[in-house]
Write a protein that binds this ligand. Sequence first.
Ligand code: SIN
Ligand code: CO
Length: 379
Amino acid sequence: MNAPLGLLTTQQFLEEYWQKKPCLIRQAIPGFEPLLDGDDLAGLACEEMAESRLVSGTFEAQDWTLANGPFGESDFAALGDENWTLLVQDVEKHYAPLQALIQQFSFIPQWRLDDLMISFAATGGSVGPHVDQYDVFLLQAEGNRQWQIASSFEPDLLQDCPLNVLKRFQPEQEWVLEPGDMLYLPPNVAHHGVALEPGMTWSIGSRAPSTADLLQGLGEWLAYSEQEGGRYTDPDLKSPERAGEINLEALQDLRKLMLSGINENQKLDNYLAAFMSRFRLAHDPMPPPAAVSPEKLLEELRNGAGLFRNPWTRLCWVESPTGAHLYAAGQSYECSTWLAETLCEWEKPRISAEMLDQASLETLTKMINSGHFLLTHKD
Ligand code: SIN
Ligand code: CO
């Protein structure tokens, strides 16, 4: 599949731009036809499962307001013709055909990609100049939007504002994006998009955990694992000299204890991959109403059933001495590297009954019974 990078090869893009500098790609997807429109997005924003926001205001007036969904029809009826934006996260998970768009970004590892966020803006609509911590591809899907960016900026935020909007913003570059154009931004580049007419920007966002995210997750993981790591011991305890003091030796022992939780490479790698398969996942996959047996699964596959990845399941795998550890929304499975790689082929892995040995069949059965894959039948 061709990457939507215009004349750039993926290697050129990764070497020159990824995490380094912004890149405007005119007609990244020529003739782009969005599968959803503003009304579809508004419909989605009324659903409980969807994470949506309505932002109104302008940078000039600094009169920002923010409301979180789910919304009702009256919320949209109350909006004027100008200066508002509706944003919905994870749209490709709610509307699976859009996963084909995310697949066009396969030159980035799956585990680094987050979601498709769609914003529909009325004329003048904007979320204000701001800075994100993630790489993002801003694909103009409908209407024209002006984007201004600045790599150097004052980080001060507007006080008493419900959004993270920069107090001052001096653009260094600006463009008008038309449908099919795309702007790539690395983290920490200030940007300000203003709709010149009603239209949509589709943001393909990446995810990058912070140290705090990783350590918080590690603590939770240890707490739920059988042994919760070691516990503080002090067989050579001496009576304290000063009331209330934690002495330097005790601090050193505490530090050692804490670091022992992150010293075992293999254990830690398992944790990291499991963590990444859950990080920024808004909903956990639910087990199906009725469990399937391996025999039944084989029969279904022989009868032409297909597999479909639950859109809320993030998958990733790491090689192990015996094959692969495959992680699905925080759960882990042992399997062959072939099965791991094949199941990770985006939303519809091509697996037929003949390809499965007994171990693979059992792993797949477990994954279906945990809700990570759904069986689809031919009509
Ligand atoms: C927007 O679509 O207006 C906001 C997207 C972004 O700035 O990341
Ligand atoms: Co942004």
